[in-house]
Design a protein. Structure first.
Length: 398
């Protein structure tokens, strides 16, 4: 038998491992492949240094995925190890250069292997101001320009790659993340971090609150945690019959302090008040699909959860919209239509009450329209991606 195709899944953004998961598992089960996951540190917004490798590793451990850990103090040593492993392909699920250590950035990787990129987000929902068409950050970054293969979800983004002369590197496959969201009901066990029973023997109503990290017109402008936090704290205090799980975007807490939206002391004080309540929790590690399936409702100010929650649960999200957020893309408008949009805390809490009474609009037709829009092919995305890698490898070796 010929040497198996060695594929490295190089990751620090474990929050979106589901962009990789089905591809990794198919390759693991196929003797033609030799997949290897590698964890590494990251520097997210608000971080003073690279960190979190231990957290990434623990997450893969929780999934039973064997992996090699890059704990090198100097990234040049990690790069040397990557060269030693001599992969045929390296898969990435995160495009922004600045969050990688210097020697793990794509311009270093393409010197010795082919890089494949699967977007970490489920859908491209937002248009850029003054940009007619696909947002530039979806196809013009170094990752997009240098990757050997980029696996895409929609025709518009694929066409955008053509404007850069990169059509032959862009493939319309859908995304494994969408497949994972749509299949979660049958494959994922619900997980809820609070284990309470009310005095009458019933379970509390379960609510997720998931604020985004974007906060200015410079970038997306969906997030407004600082406008929400006090109202949500008071709501939690006055509704002990409701469990509320705070699910911040991975960048949110660092952005709040790093960009001086809140001082570290102010954020710590708020979090201590929040976490001290019997009916509240902060959860960043449980898979979103597991949390969503255990919930009764979700409040978010954007962005991807507007699409992801209805895809997982087949129920609308309560979208707490911020005035002046960037416009939705055509696909984003389809996702927005699945949500119940509100603008004030009072409207948010009224919508929650509608869920409890069973009177919130179900948005069934809108959710079906979203499902149709986000799944472009008959094959699962993972099968399509694995097939394309095999074709690419055979075209070079034969």
């Amino acid at each position: 038998m010929a040497k198996p195709i060695r594929v490295i899944f190089l990751t620090f953004y474990f929050e979106a491992w589901d962009a990789f998961d089905a591809v990794y598992k198919q390759m693991k089960a196929d003797e033609r492949f030799e997949p290897l996951a590698i964890t590494m540190p990251r520097k997210l917004t608000g971080y003073e240094k690279f960190r979190d490798e231990k957290l990434v590793s623990a997450y893969l451990d929780s999934l039973g995925i064997e992996h090699e850990r890059f704990k090198f103090k100097k990234s040049k040593d990690g790069l040397a190890r990557l060269r030693e492993l001599s992969p045929d392909y390296i898969f990435l699920n995160y495009p922004w250069h600045r969050n990688y250590k210097r020697n793990y950035q794509i311009h270093k990787l393409v010197e010795f292997t082919k890089v494949c990129y699967i977007p970490y987000f489920s859908t491209s929902l937002v248009a850029e101001p003054s940009v007619d068409g696909v947002a530039l950050h979806q196809y013009t970054q170094p990752t997009h320009r240098l990757a050997h293969m980029v696996f895409l979800q929609d025709e518009d983004t694929k066409a955008a790659f053509g404007t850069l002369g990169r059509s032959e590197h862009a493939f319309l496959t859908g995304t494994p993340k969408i497949d994972a969201l749509l299949e979660a009901k049958d494959k994922v066990k619900p997980v809820w971090p609070l284990n309470r029973i009310l005095s009458d023997g019933s379970k509390p109503f379960r609510l997720i609150w998931a604020p985004h990290h974007s906060y200015t017109p410079i970038w997306l402008n969906f997030g407004h945690f600082t406008d929400q936090k006090d109202a949500m704290l008071e709501y939690a205090k006055s509704h002990p019959e409701i469990d509320i799980v705070f699910r911040p975007h991975p960048f949110l807490l660092g952005t709040l302090t790093g960009e001086n939206l809140m001082s570290p002391e102010e954020l710590q004080s708020w979090r201590e008040k929040w976490d001290s309540l019997e009916n509240t929790a902060t959860e960043i590690e449980v898979a979103f699909t597991a949390l969503a399936l255990a919930s009764d409702a979700m409040i978010t100010d954007g962005v991807s959860f507007i699409a992801e929650y209805p895809l997982v649960t087949r129920r609308p999200v309560i979208f707490w919209a911020k005035q002046g957020h960037w416009e939705f893309s055509p696909l984003g408008k389809i996702a927005e239509d699945t949500s119940v949009t509100v603008n004030t805390a009072e409207q948010v809490f009224a919508a929650v009450e509608q869920v409890r009474l069973g009177t919130l609009p179900a948005k069934t037709d809108e959710i079906q329209a979203l499902i149709k829009a986000v799944r472009p092919g008959e094959l699962s995305a993972a099968k399509a991606i694995v097939g394309l890698v095999l074709e690419d490898y055979d075209s070079v070796t034969h």
